[in-house]
Design a protein around this ligand. Structure first.
Ligand code: HEM
Length: 409
């Protein structure tokens, strides 16, 4: 990714550098003085060009222009008013203050526009970064940290899962449908899960297009289509956010009691759930991997991503009026959303092709007794012992299929 990104950035840098180079005196396009106007003379290689009779500066590298007034003592410390007296029209003192984050006068009431008089935010000192104004610092955090490292994380996760699938294939065994069925997820739990899954996937796709669309869509679809797509997806993102907030709260409440850590989970973690051995380590309804995802991949980052998303959506009164608040909300939102997407990709892998029989658990709500014993033995034993009901909802469980007669040789 870094190579790709650096090449894209390099290309972008080249595109940006080109017009800057054009500003250099040697590439100055034909100006009035080339057009034979009175007083115009041919530009010299370097140094100020002076018209023979007027003694004022005609053209020079702007950064080297030193107005006569600059020889005045305290020139750089002059206020704008003082500068206007010695060099009318030169507002450099005012712009220097603006760039330093000074707040000037504004007739807009602070209640409506709390930052009206402040054009550029004050300086901030973020770790691993040169001191700069808050706006520039946010831009650098987004473009130099969140996007490149976020994309790298997603790339590594997808690559690792692909290699794992090639090496190990789907985990678990097939279990005959004739076995007794255990209800793993009630209809209500499944509805909550899938509406949450739908909202999350829409948010993830629209968010990834807003963040990375210019790298992978723009070269293919061009400016107009990419622009319209990103614009439309931004609205989809803004409307889907609140739905995700509700469904996320719902699945946290529904599943929290079965995601509390137990002693069995520490045993599971020490043997990575059986990945280091031949058989799975016994676990309750959810194993330590699922519980880890529940807390570190869904609940905790989800609260911050939803909260910061609502700030960015300007849905929390009084929060998000200041640029600093929006910048902080964006940095938290983007970085933790990329973290969630990376972990949920792993969850989707395990919930579809990564483990036999897992998908049907959330699709039909039922698993065979064999599947439960293989993957969640302590949960299955609790059901067998009657400590947990095999059927929790009033839904009619699917009848065990009659065993198919073994094929005659
Ligand atoms: C297309 C996307 C998804 C698929 C295919 C999928 C699939 C599954 C499957 C098969 C299970 C059952 C696992 C088991 O029996 O232990 C499950 C459980 C679960 N899923 Fe998903 N899921 C998806 C998206 C999501 C998203 C976006 C979230 C949250 C942001 C989520 C949160 C959960 C939770 C909380 C559980 C219960 C397990 C636990 O609490 O640890 N899922 N999912």
């Amino acid at each position: 990714m870094n190579h790709f990104l650096s090449s894209v950035l390099l290309a972008a840098a080249a595109l940006v550098a080109a017009p800057c180079l054009a500003q250099l005196p040697m590439s100055q396009p034909a100006g009035p003085q080339q057009s034979g106007q009175i007083g115009a003379v041919a530009p010299a290689a370097n140094g100020p060009i002076r018209a023979p009779d007027e003694g004022t500066i005609q053209s020079q590298n702007i950064f080297e222009v030193q107005p006569d007034a600059s020889s005045e003592p305290g020139y750089r410390e002059q206020t704008n008013g003082q500068r206007a007296r010695v060099q009318p029209g030169n507002n450099a003192p005012m712009w220097r203050q603006v760039a330093a984050g000074a707040t000037g006068y504004s007739s807009l009431p602070p209640s409506q526009a709390p930052e009206a008089g402040n054009l550029i935010q004050g300086f901030v000192d973020y770790p691993f970064m040169r001191e700069t104004n808050a706006g520039e610092a946010w831009r650098q955090v987004r473009n130099r940290w969140i996007l490149p490292y976020g994309a790298a994380l997603l790339g590594i996760v997808v690559l690792a899962l692909a290699l794992f699938f090639v090496a190990k294939g789907p985990l678990g065994h097939r279990h005959p449908e004739s076995q007794r069925k255990f209800e793993r997820f009630t209809p209500f739990e499944r509805a909550a899960h899938w509406s949450n899954a739908f909202a999350f996937v829409v948010l993830a796709v629209s968010g990834l297009v807003m963040a990375f669309g210019k790298f992978f869509l723009l070269p293919v679809l061009g400016l107009t289509i990419t622009g319209w797509l990103a614009y439309a997806l931004k609205y989809v993102h803004n409307f889907m956010g609140p739905l995700f907030a509700v469904s996320l709260a719902l699945i946290v409440v529904i599943f929290i009691k079965d995601n509390i850590a137990t002693l069995a989970d520490f045993r599971w973690l020490t043997r990575l759930g059986g990945l280091l051995g031949d058989e799975q380590v016994p676990s309750h309804r959810f194993n330590a991997g699922e519980k880890g995802l529940f807390w570190w991949g869904i609940t905790l980052p989800g609260i911050v991503v939803v909260g910061s998303g609502l700030v960015l959506d300007k849905l929390i009164p009084g929060v998000g009026e200041l640029r600093g608040q929006m910048q902080l909300a964006h940095m938290l939102h983007a970085s933790l959303a990329l973290w969630m997407v990376a972990l949920i990709i792993g969850h989707i892998y395990m919930g579809t092709i990564g483990m036999r029989g897992a998908y049907r658990a959330m699709k039909t709500g039922y698993v065979t007794e064999g599947w439960a014993m293989e993957h969640h033995r302590l949960w299955a034993e609790d059901i067998r012992a009657g400590r947990i009901p095999a059927q929790r909802s009033s839904e009619v469980p699917p009848a065990p299929e009659r065993p198919t007669a073994p094929l005659q040789a």
